[in-house]
Design a protein around this ligand. Structure first.
Ligand SMILES: [Zn+2]
Length: 440
């Protein structure tokens, strides 16, 4: 009962919060939130206390920036609930092996982010935070009020009791394990008939194909893309088959950072987190977010840089929200291509979006593609198309290299079939080497 009340209270807070009239008003409100938050958190986290040693909290924006590496390195001193990294890893790994999705220490849920074995992140969420999160997510994503009946289908790589919190007497919630066979999903979906469908775009695309082939018969009211970059090509196909806008949620272990409004525009959740922009290219409005989450207490996220590329939207959104609107979430900085500049040995970063547009813009016959950079002078392009699109693709890339003043890399083209969704995240544009490897 108390759990329901926490969810509902937070739902009402977020859903019916008076909207901010101006950026100034939002800024002032955020400043007050962060200050209040730091006053209670700093005494409990010896790591952050040190970070703020010579900084007055009213100038918190000047505190040192941290990243995942620091977060993991100082895990024990950073969290405020006295859980050690060893303890958390042990519990989380054991749970993962047995596919038990509720690893807890006391009232703290332990989560493990995906990634290569040496690079996995741990996250801690208390029951109170989990319930508040559920209320917030419902407030932001439910198309109707909370008392309206909904059936939510949620595709995930690994379940967590984070998501089970959303269940209530009116809201049915069904978890779909991305590791399960695809046929099983179709059968289960046909029975469940979700009103809200939430899945990575590679799965949404597969489900759209299944509808087209009459293997799946569902008509959700809302379709939400999560966890992978939503490629314009996939978006167009999913939109066509489901006959509606594809919504997006930008949520990671570090926070619930953005979601789409009724117009389908992504807005940063600046009523939940402060997001400072570290520009990668200001003229192109591309930046990486630096997050300060003033609601997260067990594992505080303060001045935390996320290695993602976001593009600010040039026009304001017709919904009238003053929260920063995004054009797109482009992917990880790790997927920036690096090409040699003409007449120089220097490498030039190339945004994934440029690669994406070079492919999509070259022909309307392309159904799917993947572009991988294997080395600074070597790119591999996979395409699925109904006719020969190679000449157009070649021309499109050669124009891009000219425009960027790059030395043309060697490109290998290969035909591909539509790939089935897999446990691994689908990346249509991917760099397959690390910059550190180059300097060796
Ligand atoms: Zn909007």
């Amino acid at each position: 009962m108390r759990d329901r009340w926490t969810i509902l209270k937070n739902y009402l807070n977020v859903r019916f919060r008076k909207s901010f009239k101006s950026r100034d008003q939002l800024d002032q409100w955020q400043q007050a939130q962060v200050k209040k938050f730091l006053q209670t958190i700093l005494p409990k986290s010896s790591f952050y206390q040190k970070q703020f040693e010579s900084i007055d909290i009213s100038h918190w924006q000047r505190a040192p920036i941290i990243e995942k590496t620091e977060m993991m390195e100082h895990f024990d001193q950073l969290n405020t609930v006295g859980i050690s990294k060893e303890q958390a890893f042990e519990v989380a790994l054991k749970a993962e092996q047995s596919r038990n999705f509720s690893p807890k220490i006391g009232d703290i849920t332990i989560g493990l982010s995906s990634g290569t074995s040496g690079n996995r992140g741990l996250f801690l969420v208390s029951d109170e935070e989990r319930l508040r999160w559920a209320g917030t997510v419902l407030a932001k994503l439910l198309p109707g009020p909370i008392w309206q009946k909904e059936r939510i289908a949620f595709f995930l790589r690994a379940n967590s009791n984070l998501y089970g919190s959303v269940k209530s007497s009116t809201i049915q919630f069904s978890y779909f394990d991305l590791l399960d066979p695809l046929e099983k999903h179709l059968e289960k979906l046909n029975q469940f008939r979700p009103t809200i469908l939430t899945a990575p775009p590679s799965m949404l695309r597969f489900l759209a194909e299944a509808i087209q082939q009459n293997k799946l018969n569902i008509a959700p009211e809302k379709v939400i893309s999560v966890a992978e970059v939503l490629d314009p090509l996939d978006e167009a196909f999913i939109t066509k088959i489901f006959e509606q806008k594809v919504h997006q949620v930008y949520q990671c272990t570090e926070g619930f950072l953005a979601c789409t409004c009724e117009h389908g525009t992504l807005h940063l959740n600046e009523d939940l987190v402060v997001i400072q922009k570290e520009y990668l290219d200001e003229s192109l409005k591309k930046f990486s977010p630096i997050i300060t989450d003033f609601n997260r207490t067990s594992q505080p996220i303060i001045r935390y840089r996320l290695n993602d590329i976001l593009t600010e939207r040039a026009q304001t959104c017709p919904c009238g929200s003053i929260m920063t609107a995004l054009e797109s979430i482009e992917g990880r900085c790790d997927d920036l291509f690096y090409l040699k500049l003409s007449n120089s040995d220097e490498l030039q970063p190339v945004f994934p979006d440029f690669i994406r547009r070079a492919v999509i813009g070259s022909s309307e016959e392309i159904d799917a593609y993947r572009v991988q950079q294997l080395a600074p002078d070597k790119i591999k392009v996979f395409v699925k198309a109904s006719e020969d699109v190679m000449p157009g693709l070649k021309e499109s890339f050669s124009n891009l290299w000219k425009r960027l003043n790059c030395e043309p890399p060697q490109i290998e083209y290969e035909r591909m079939d539509l790939e089935k969704p897999q446990a691994k995240k689908l990346k249509r544009v991917e760099r397959c080497f690390s910059l550190e490897d180059l300097s060796i």
